[in-house]
Design a protein around this ligand. Structure first.
Ligand code: PBG
Ligand code: ZN
Length: 325
C-alpha cells in the first residue's frame, strides 16, 4: 500500500475548496469600456463580439451593470469625433472622456473610475506620442500626456492610466497632479507593455491604428524579460502606484518575476486578441467559453497578478457570484 495519495484531496468539491490556493473575486476585475463622441446609440465592435463603442447614455447603462456585478473598477477609453495632428482632443474640457467622467462620478460616486491616458485615438498619426517629421517630439508628448491626466483627474478619475510607453511620463504626470492639488489621484502605469499582435482587435474598437509604421519603436520587444524589470522599477521610482503588464497570457512569466522581485501592486491586461480568440473558438462550439475564461483568469492570479483588466470583467463577476469558483 502506498501511504501518499495526492488524489485523496481532489475527490470532493468541498475538499478541493478547502485546499484551493488561488482565489478569483469580482473586486479584482476591471472592466474596460469604450465611449465615442457623437454616438446616438451603442455600436457593436465586430472584432470583439459582446463589446461596444458606447454612446454616453449607453456607457452609463453599462457602468450600472458593472457596479451591480461588483467589478472592482471600470476603465475608460475615449474615441473622439475628429482627430488632430496635436492630439488636442485628448485634453479638451468638452472631450468625451471628461464628459463621461463627470457623469459617471455624479451617478455612481462609489464606482472606482480609471481613465486610460494616451494620444493614439486622438492623433491623426494613430501613434501614442506626437511625431514631428517622423521623429517623436518627447517634450510635446509628455506635456500633452500630463495635461490630459490632470484634466481626467479634475473630471472625476480616481486613477489615471498612461498607456503610451513614453519614457518619463509617470514622473511628469505625478508632478503636475501634485502641483495642482491632485496628490490623491493614483497612477496606474502600463509599465510593461509589449509590442503585441494581440492588440489587433482593439484597433477597431479604439480607432487608433498607426497610419504608418508600427509601435515597436516604443513598445517592448516580446523576447525580453530584464527590460520589463527595469521599466517597472523606473515607474515605481517615478511615482506609479499600480503597475500593469500587457498582454496577460503570454507574459505570465513577467508578472511572476515582477511580483517576486519588486513586491508591488501589479495587474495584467487580458487584451483584445486574447478575448477574440476565446470568443471565436466558443462561437464555433470548439471550446467552453465560461470554463476557459475562468481558467485563464485564475492562471493570471496564480502567476501573481493582484488585479485583472478584462473584457470579461462583468460577465466573469456574474459567473463568480453564481458560484462558479
Ligand atoms: C495604446 C493601447 C493599446 C491597447 C490599449 N491602449 C495597444 C495598442 O493599440 O498598441 C490594447 C488593448 C487591447 O488590445 O485590448 N495606447
Ligand atoms: Zn496609445
Amino acid at each position: 500500500m502506498i501511504a501518499n495519495r495526492p488524489g485523496r484531496i481532489r475527490r470532493l468539491a468541498s475538499m478541493r475548496g478547502l485546499v484551493r490556493e488561488t482565489t478569483l473575486v469580482p473586486q479584482e476585475l476591471v472592466m474596460p469600456l469604450f465611449v465615442k463622441e457623437g454616438l446616438r446609440r451603442d455600436w457593436a465592435i465586430p472584432s470583439m463580439p459582446g463589446q461596444f463603442q458606447h454612446s454616453l447614455d449607453g456607457l452609463l447603462k453599462e457602468a450600472r451593470r458593472c457596479r451591480k456585478a461588483g467589478v472592482g473598477a471600470v476603465m475608460l477609453f475615449g474615441i473622439p469625433a475628429r482627430k488632430h495632428i496635436s492630439g488636442s482632443g485628448a485634453f479638451s474640457e468638452t472631450g468625451i472622456i471628461p464628459r463621461a467622467l463627470r457623469r459617471l462620478k455624479k451617478e455612481f460616486p462609489d464606482l472606482l473610475l480609471v481613465a486610460d491616458v494616451c494620444l493614439c485615438a486622438y492623433t491623426r498619426s494613430g501613434h501614442c506620442g506626437l511625431h514631428v517629421k517622423n521623429r517623436l517630439d518627447k517634450d510635446a508628448t509628455l506635456a500633452a500626456l500630463a495635461r490630459t491626466a490632470l484634466l481626467y483627474a479634475r473630471s472625476g478619475a480616481d486613477v489615471v492610466a498612461p498607456s503610451d510607453m513614453m519614457d518619463g511620463r509617470v514622473a511628469r504626470i505625478r508632478d503636475l497632479l501634485n502641483a495642482k492639488g491632485f496628490s490623491d489621484t493614483a497612477i496606474l502605469s502600463y509599465a510593461v507593455k509589449y509590442a503585441s499582435a494581440y492588440y489587433g482587435p482593439f484597433r477597431q474598437a479604439a480607432e487608433n491604428t498607426p497610419q504608418s509604421g508600427d509601435r515597436r519603436g516604443y513598445q517592448m520587444d516580446p523576447p525580453n524579460t530584464d527590460e520589463a524589470l527595469r521599466e517597472a522599477a523606473a515607474d515605481i521610482e517615478e511615482g506609479a502606484d499600480l503597475l500593469l503588464v500587457k498582454p496577460a497570457l503570454s507574459y505570465l512569466d513577467i508578472v511572476f518575476r515582477i511580483k517576486q522581485d519588486l513586491v508591488f501592486p501589479t495587474g495584467v491586461y487580458n487584451v483584445s486578441g486574447e478575448y477574440a480568440m476565446v470568443k471565436a473558438a466558443a462561437a464555433q462550439g470548439w471550446i467552453n467559453e465560461k470554463n476557459t475564461v475562468l481558467e485563464n483568469l485564475v492562471s493570471m492570479k496564480r502567476a501573481g497578478a493582484d488585479f485583472i483588466v478584462s473584457y470579461w470583467a462583468r460577465c466573469a463577476s456574474d459567473w463568480l457570484r453564481e458560484g462558479a469558483y
